[in-house]
Write a protein of this length. Sequence first.
Length: 275
Amino acid sequence: GPGRGTLMKDIARTLTRAAPALRDGATFHLIETSPGLRDVQAATLADGGSFAWHADIAELPDRPLFIVGNELFDALPVHQYVRAANGWRERVVGLDDDDALRFYAGAGSVDPSLLPRDADAAPEGAVVEISPARAALMRKIAERIAARSGAGLFIDYGYAVPAVGDTLQAVLKHAYDDPLAHPGEADLTAHVDFAALTAIAQQAGLDAHLLTQGEFLLGMGLLERAGQLGARADVAMRERISGEVERLAGPEAMGTLFKALAVLSPGVAVEPFHR
């Protein structure tokens, strides 16, 4: 999920300053399936060194891996199941009498062992979400790290404990939209079940550590960095920096909803997760 390539550029620049030997010994790879976004990323990274692009992590060189995924898992598809009078039924999309798209309860059911603990008490019409695609990707990443060593850092919005709830949402032109209103035009996402990802990593023999984004950023020195930047800024810029800190780490903004998950070889202590 490299987006416009900005995060990769920041990572490469930071390693050049903080760990030049690591920077010189590493190769940099972006997993991107969109030709258009590859062009955007290449332009962003034009002056930053050598980068390679792949469509799948299976194409990466057979070396220890440090993988970063920022808002990656939320973009993968989910299956939804709705509580009906006769049990949990897979939520499907069909046409109503006006030929408009709408959700229905289909015939498919779900293995009860996959449901969250509070599913038995859920009222009729409640929704649960399960994502085989996320599980498959995490399993592929975890098995790769377990075999060749390394680490993964994944930052996304979601919940630490599985729960009942419909989190499917659409965004079109920077505004929320009905998920069925503009198929193919809006971005679709759903909250990530971090407990499921953690379990998969542990099944592969890795350690897995989860923090809220606020805990992660504060533990990594967000306030100290903001103070350094603010010391050289005017009043307007200091107010902007303060606002960005609150947006990223504040409990009423992204600080609690977003989580940071680290998966790595057993017994390795990394900041700030081992505290």
